[in-house]
Write a protein of this length. Sequence first.
Length: 502
Amino acid sequence: MRSDVLIIGAGGAGLMAALSAKAEGATVKVITKEYPTRSQTCMAQGGINAALGNVGEDSIEAHIQNTLKSAHGEADEESVKFMCEEAPKIVAWLDSIGVCFSRTQDAKIAQRTLGGASAARACYAQDYTGLKILHTLYDRCNAGGIETLNERYFLDLLKDESGRVYGAKFLNIRTGELEMYEAGSVILATGGYSRIYAQNSTNSTASTGDGIAAAKRAGAALLGMEFVQFHPTALKNSSILISESARGEGGYLLNSKGERFTNELAPRDEVSRAIDAEIKRGEEIFLDIRHLGEALINEGLPQERKLAKLYENVDPVHELIPIRPVAHYTMGGIEVNKKGQTNLSGLYACGECSNPKVHGANRLGGNSLLEILVFGKQAGVYGAKEALSLEKKESSLPEVTLFEFESKEQIPLDFYAIREEVGNLFYQDVGIVRSKKQLLHAKERIEELHAKLPLMGPNDNSLIYNTNLVEFLEFQNILEICDSVVSAALKREVSAGAHFIV
């Protein structure tokens, strides 16, 4: 079960790392909780930034400056410079492997303006950009014979006596077996932690910070955990994302009086706070794209129309879309350098679970897809180089056994109800606008719940496809991540980007 490189997570970052490690001559194994095509990368609708200048003037320097401004002094300038300089090369490579970008009339890759950008910089494929990139990467991995194991829940990293990471432990969700995999290097690409906000998040239920929690337990350094980006436009009742592309195409934000009250293309933290202030004044908030016309909506924003009709029963061609800001993206994560290396020997990280110091306190719209590809490639290349430089050893992992967990005849506390409570608590107290009093209240409650974990657990005692067990394991990680977030927020007493103190 040994491979040169073990990649945990199969979204855009993980698949890019896999392709890059394979190109270095390494043997690669990818293990994921769900399936690659269900990755959060699919939710990146608006586009991927690259200063191509296909629609008006643009420059790499402008991209760098926009990113640094949005980051509020919390980004590393050299890392930002590297990412922005790599952007045109990454987009050209995506184009060459078959990502079906939308096109201008002269057949160039189409670009649109997203919040905080000084130019039309986001290269897009209608409003399905992340999905089309992800599917193309997955096709390339399959064509390259890269092994992918699905439905494995990541439990913990394995470390040797020297402290070097040499593998990982998983629960096989299908069988209930405990599995261990050894590798020369391990790359975490397990995604972010926005789901600590429960239903107040655009993210899938899988975004519970499992990789970050496991890395923390192993001794990896975390950075910027207080910085959680709230997307301004999620559907009011379901929290389904309505892409920034809708505002990039010219959509308006209106209050109940029909008034525009903010610059729709300001950075996301500013727009979210403006909406939050209106809601606290008793206003309902709407996204208006009616004036764009049915032809443009069907051509450039087909998914947004479908989502609004399906989840809010409104047709945005003729009606206003009710929206609210919810947790969308986590800038914090496992601290890494430009190569994707963590402070633990043998461990790399990329994608939303990592913090390569390019987003700082507030991510620029269109930079998430760029980051996962640029730094996913870095982690794959350097993880492979390190693994291939090691002396090959015989595997010493124990045989597969059944996963053991404590079975309780009576479980006094329902962790599902508490999970929803935590989500609402964090949305209220560790949300768009925060106070020290609110943060202390949230920390106290999280500590209380940690102490009550022995009174919680799964009701299902079976092992085969025990989703109740998996959800309880996720809940334990949620509490661990919540503690990291609120502790980091309390240490930062001055507002910065998405961390706004009153």
